[in-house]
Write a protein that binds this ligand. Structure first.
Ligand code: SIN
Length: 536
């Protein structure tokens, strides 16, 4: 069975309750909310989320939003920093849009009433790796995501044009003849199916964090958006570029809780078990090097010292400032017996963000008519081979908004029979948790910060053999669909990583350690007209 296929649940679509809307948004993070609020200016919107809306990856964002609003900053400097961090693969036009419209979108957030932190009455800007200026706005110290998403959710609730469907898992997009017609959902609270037909659909379903054993992402980050858009015929780009965040809490039994890059921005050091500040040995910018450089340096340091973690040292910083700036980090670390002002915090890198994704144009449109993608699900070209810190919320805001402003293209009616994909049922009671754990073990070993052809080829083979029976299984609950999506996405990442025979940004090949100018281009992967997977 080809990897892009998956058995839909064996229900007759014509018996499934139907909702119709002008715009359907799948995903309740910053990109989905931005899209829904924009689309609601022009008509009815359904905003569907597989979890309660407060539970998105964006809600956990700590550092903040990078935006060139400070007196000593300019759009040009922000553009240059983004391009430099991206290792030659950013799309300059997309970055220009990101930075310029980002200022407008952030002013709207301020007008919405979000209280970004201030010093002396003026907005405070913090610094993160590879930024040449203090440029990151933040709220409640290190709880920016919660403040921003909270305010946007309140705006959604007040908007009569938006119907919210929480706990609705998008099983698949409804599509035919190269056009998307909406999606087919499972209401996970009541076990009911519904069908939503839409003039246009925006997929803003987050990233692939759970594909990896170690990730900063919450459990809902199961790569659903990539897999469903791939199955619907969209093209994906640069899926090999997976960002590892340098500093996540590393204690037995504790979650891989993010320790924001802003902590280093405010002056924290990275030290090894010997207490040596090691980053200056790897890079002139030390702890404030681009994120790929810091993560890779930590992995090298761990390999050289045969240790399992390094430490983030804040002991030289003013404890009152630390407590005010990082209340969440302080409190979570305290739960595990770490006082961040007196104890170095044990940390190591973990999967954090996908730079590639569903390929879109500057208006967030995919190659499938009436299908748009935004946020971490999308590949707009702004991040290149390594995302500049705190550009992700900005991207969600800007390109989510652009997606929401789309106009549906008339594609004619398609009745349920035409959209139906009835497939023979197969149920063999697979152990979903076992598949998940096996997948995470393989990806962590072979798809991490350093890769080679032998391991990647072995991984492609392994994933294909698992897919033969996992994708052929008829599931009825979201964990089954999620594991299918993760498997498909792991395969997309591996295929893309195997093809890129060079090292650049977050993609390091030990068998091709140099950057190859011939690879200053994006990798692409899609289903071709002959129904075969094609990558280039
Ligand atoms: C952080 O706070 O370190 C994460 C910010 C980001 O991923 O851009």
């Amino acid at each position: 069975m080809p990897l892009h296929e998956r058995y839909l649940v064996n229900v007759d679509l014509s018996t499934v309750p139907l909702l119709r809307t002008r715009c359907l948004v799948i995903g309740g993070g910053i990109a989905g909310l931005s899209a829904a609020l924009a689309a609601a200016r022009n008509g009815q919107v359904i905003l569907a989320s597989k979890a309660p809306l407060v539970e998105s990856n964006s809600s956990y964002a700590q550092g903040g939003i990078a935006v060139a609003l400070a007196d000593d900053d300019t759009a040009e400097l922000h553009i240059e920093d983004t391009l430099r961090a991206g290792g030659g693969l950013c799309d300059r036009e997309a970055v220009r849009i990101l930075v310029n419209e980002g200022r407008e979108r952030c002013r709207e957030l301020i007008d919405m009433g979000i209280e970004f932190d201030r010093v002396g009455g003026r907005i405070a800007f913090t610094r993160e790796g590879a930024h040449s200026r203090r440029r990151i706005i933040h709220a409640d110290g290190d709880a920016t995501g919660k403040a921003v998403i909270g305010a946007m959710l309140a705006a959604v609730e007040r908007n009569p044009n938006i119907l919210v469907l929480e706990n609705h898992f998008a099983i698949d997009l409804l599509h035919m003849d190269g056009a998307c017609r909406g999606a087919f959902f499972l209401d996970t609270r009541y076990g009911r199916y519904i069908r939503a037909e839409a003039g246009f659909t925006v997929v803003a379903a987050g990233g692939p964090g759970q594909v990896y054993r170690e990730t900063t992402n919450p459990s809902i980050a199961t790569a659903d958006g990539y897999a469903m858009c791939f199955r619907a015929g969209a093209e994906l780009a640069d899926m090999e570029f997976v960002q590892f965040h340098p500093t996540t809490l590393y204690l037995p039994g504790a979650p891989r809780f993010l320790i924001s890059e802003a902590v280093r921005g405010e002056g924290a050091y990275l030290i090894n078990q010997e207490g040596e500040r090691f980053m200056p040995r790897y890079s002139e910018q030390a702890e404030l090097s681009p994120r790929d450089v810091v993560s890779q340096s930590i992995f090298k340091e761990l390999a050289a010292t045969r240790d399992t973690c390094v430490y983030l040292d804040l002991r030289h910083l003013n404890p009152d400032t630390v407590a005010r700036r990082f209340p969440t980090i302080k409190s979570v670390c305290a739960n595990y017996g770490v006082n961040i002002s007196t104890d170095p915090i044990p940390v190591r890198p973990a999967e954090h963000y996908m730079m590639g994704g569903v390929a879109t144009d500057m208006n967030a449109a995919t190659r499938v008519r009436n299908l748009y993608a935004a946020g971490e699900t999308a590949f707009t070209g702004v991040h290149g081979a390594n995302r500049l810190a705190s550009n992700s919320l900005l991207e969600g805001l800007v390109f989510g908004h652009r997606a929401g402003m789309a106009e549906p293209v008339p594609v004619g009616d398609a009745g349920p029979a035409a959209l139906q994909k009835r497939l023979p049922a197969r149920g063999t009671s697979l152990d979903i948790d076992d598949i998940c754990q096996s997948l995470k073990a393989v990806t962590w070993r072979n798809l991490g910060a350093f890769r080679n052809a032998e391991r990647l080829a072995e991984t492609v083979e392994t994933l294909q053999s698992w897919s033969r029976y996992v994708l052929a299984e008829e599931f009825h609950m979201s964990p089954g669909f999620e594991v299918q999506n993760m498997l498909t996405t792991a395969w997309l990442i591996t295929e893309s990583a195997l093809r890129r025979n060079e090292s650049r940004g977050a993609h390091q090949r030990t068998d091709f350690p140099a950057t190859d100018p011939a690879w200053t281009r994006h990798s692409r992967i899609a289903i071709d007209s002959d129904d075969k997977e094609r990558s280039s």
